[in-house]
Ligand binder design. Structure first.
Ligand SMILES: Nc1ncnc2c1ncn2[C@@H]1O[C@H](COP(=O)(O)OP(=O)(O)OP(=O)(O)O)[C@@H](O)[C@H]1O
Length: 337
């Protein structure tokens, strides 16, 4: 038995200040590093009426048909006649979003810190690719991650700002290859570690190991370090082929609520910086257990449940199917006994 195995693990405190959280707000880092961002973005200050709408139980989606191009098999953008259109409470804001669709054909939305990655199952393509304001409202209203921004953004911080401006970030949609996204951890102005962001096995990444360090460390030293206001943070980058340019996707607080991916937070809080040797963690083999589930799937609901919740005949059909499945399972168990 190893000598220390009886000792309890020490839980290291990670100090996060209010300013650390504010520095990671999209409009804050984008004002410094917008030229290095992966996509163009329009930042719209959100009026209180819009925030109230996001926080309310009113699930009426402003009545506007989606762009007819993508297949739309849902009725969610239909406004029941008895309810007022919620957009009437923030008409100017609504028309600014509509206006943005004239410049960006598709939009990947987010709030100050989070994108609604957990509610993509609400849209037909199951991505954050929005083609209308109603797609955006639907994603934001269904997302726990957005709710986190509204109610819990400062939970780990030492204090809360007196006043906070929420912004709707409208990023121009650009295809992204998830295997080439990396999260990079910085503690006390030292780049400690780099982790693959999408935790599937991509064999070609091993060959890129040195290029990944070289490009990201240079980007960190030349671009981020001179201007960013916090000493510890985690930044997300995209390094597409031909692996010459690093694009900034987001900056996150150095806090336990940020996903530490292939590291643990205790490691990140305690590991000694290796001067010339940043630790790169890549998934090195297929793991059909841990990583087979799709990211954020803990917040997804099966499509048949969603469809059934909107249509009583589908609900009956689904229950009949479930009951048939259960009795088949019971029969099989009895046969095996
Ligand atoms: N302009 C874009 N077009 C299409 N997809 C994008 C765009 N920008 C980012 N993405 C995708 O959306 C994902 C989530 O975006 P982002 O990192 O901003 O969300 P987040 O809520 O901060 O995530 P996390 O909670 O993991 O930090 C990215 O990993 C990337 O794959």
């Amino acid at each position: 038995m190893p000598e220390n195995s009886h000792k309890p693990a020490v839980f290291h405190d990670i100090i996060v200040t209010k300013n650390d959280i504010l520095n990671c707000s999209y409009e804050s880092w984008y004002s410094l590093f917008g030229a290095h961002a992966y996509s163009r973005a329009v930042i719209l200050p959100a009026p209180q009426e819009f925030i109230d709408y996001l926080e309310s139980d009113d699930f009426t989606i402003p009545g506007e048909k989606s762009n007819p191009n993508p297949p739309n098999d849902s009725d969610w953008d239909y406004t029941p006649p008895s309810r007022p259109d919620p957009a009437s409470r923030f008409l100017e804001f609504h028309s600014k979003i509509q206006e943005t669709f004239k410049s960006f054909k598709y939009i990947a939305p987010k709030l100050n810190w989070s994108a609604p990655q957990d509610s993509v199952w609400m849209l037909p393509g199951r991505t954050m690719k929005c083609s209308s304001p109603s797609d955006i409202y639907l994603l934001l209203k269904s997302s726990d991650y957005i709710n986190h921004d509204l109610s819990h953004a400062f939970d780990e911080a030492d204090s809360v700002p007196d006043k906070l401006q929420y912004n709707l970030i409208l990023r121009e949609w650009k295809e992204i290859n998830p295997s080439l996204e990396f999260r990079c951890f910085v503690r006390d102005r030292q780049l400690l570690g780099i982790s693959q962001r999408d935790l599937n096995y991509y064999p070609f990444l091993e060959e890129l190991h040195d290029t990944i360090i070289e490009r990201i460390a240079t980007f960190f030293d030349d671009v981020l370090l001179p201007k960013f206001g916090s000493n510890s943070f985690a930044f997300d980058v995209y390094l597409p082929k031909p692996f010459t340019k690093v694009y900034l996707i987001d900056i996150n607080p150095f806090a336990r609520k940020t996903d530490s991916l292939l590291f643990t937070w205790n490691e990140l809080a305690t590991m000694a910086p290796h001067d010339d040797d940043v630790v790169v963690r890549l998934v090195t083999q297929h793991n059909s257990g841990r990583f087979a589930t799709k990211a954020h799937s803990q917040n997804h609901v099966p499509r048949d449940v969603l469809d059934a919740s909107m249509d009583s005949s589908k609900m009956v059909e689904m229950l009949q199917n479930w009951s048939a499945m259960l009795s088949k399972e019971n029969d099989e168990t009895e046969e095996g006994e």
